[in-house]
Design a protein. Structure first.
Length: 273
């Protein structure tokens, strides 16, 4: 088998199997949306996983790193996350397989009231996230591949309410955030793409119709933040509700209830905490 045939065969597997890789926001990670923040810049790191997997770090644990910039009432954040064990493997082997994936997300908040010494804070927010898999990269690298490749995206839109409890030199900030999540495939090809491997044509049936429908699901999150000396911050959150998934065999989209927990820390001046 030639190298091109090996690449083509692997690509077929990616084309026909990538639907199972699609997932929501940073998979297994709560959406941190504390409405209490101040002008500044912070960087953060978090670990999370489904609640039914317990608290031990394992194959379902995910990790994310991110940065947040705030100017007045406007806060903008971006995160990149992937499976924790896979991230360690990638760091050691520096290889990226077809089944590997990471998720990039961005969110913007606008504070309507609160902040400073105020007890209550209220914000509205909206964002987007997208999965990138090894199949995406392989498809883009194959010579002559010109067809579009569908990408699964989520668009959370909601509001967050926060309560600050002063504790002398520090404070506790509790928050809750209901949201609707719009889920949709984008960048679909006009016709189902085909790949020729060893004289045999393989067609990825169904890719051209993936973008026809938009899922709408409700989720909510609640969390707590503990700032330390206005520089460090420790945080935890719980996230639950419906998530949209697409069946690999039938192509139908369905919702299932999934819950996640997450813990993390951030460092910086001002910013979201």
């Amino acid at each position: 088998m030639t190298s091109r045939m090996r690449v083509g065969t692997a690509l077929v597997a990616g084309l026909l199997g990538f639907v199972a890789q699609a997932s929501a926001q940073v998979p297994g990670m709560p959406l941190f949306t504390n409405p209490r923040y101040a002008t500044g810049l912070r960087v953060s790191a978090d670990l999370g996983q489904p609640t039914d997997m317990g608290t031990g770090i394992g194959d379902k644990t995910v990790a994310q790193v991110g940065a947040n910039f705030v100017l007045g009432p406007i806060g903008i954040g971006a995160n990149v996350g992937t499976n924790f064990n896979r991230a360690r493997q990638l760091a050691s082997s520096r290889t990226f397989g077809l089944s590997d994936n990471f998720t990039g997300s961005a969110i913007a908040q606008f504070r309507l009231l609160g902040g400073g010494i105020n007890t209550l804070s209220l914000s509205i927010f909206g964002g987007a996230s997208m999965d990138i898999t090894g199949s995406d990269l392989a498809y883009a690298s194959v010579a002559g591949a010109k067809a579009a490749y569908p990408k699964f995206m989520n668009f959370p839109v909601g509001a967050a309410l926060g309560l600050r409890l002063p504790l002398g030199i520090t404070s506790l900030s509790f928050w809750g955030a209901p949201r609707f999540v719009l889920s949709k495939y984008v960048n679909c090809p006009s016709t189902d793409p085909s790949v020729v491997v060893g004289g045999v044509t393989y067609t990825a049936t169904g890719l051209s119709t993936m973008c026809d429908k938009t899922g709408r699901d409700f989720r909510w999150a609640a969390g707590v933040d503990l700032p330390i000396l206005k520089i460090f911050s420790i945080r935890a959150a719980y996230d639950s509700g419906k998530l949209r998934a697409r069946d690999q065999v039938t192509g139908a989209t369905t919702s299932q209830t999934l819950s996640f927990w997450g813990v993390g820390a951030s460092i910086g001046i001002g910013g979201m905490r």
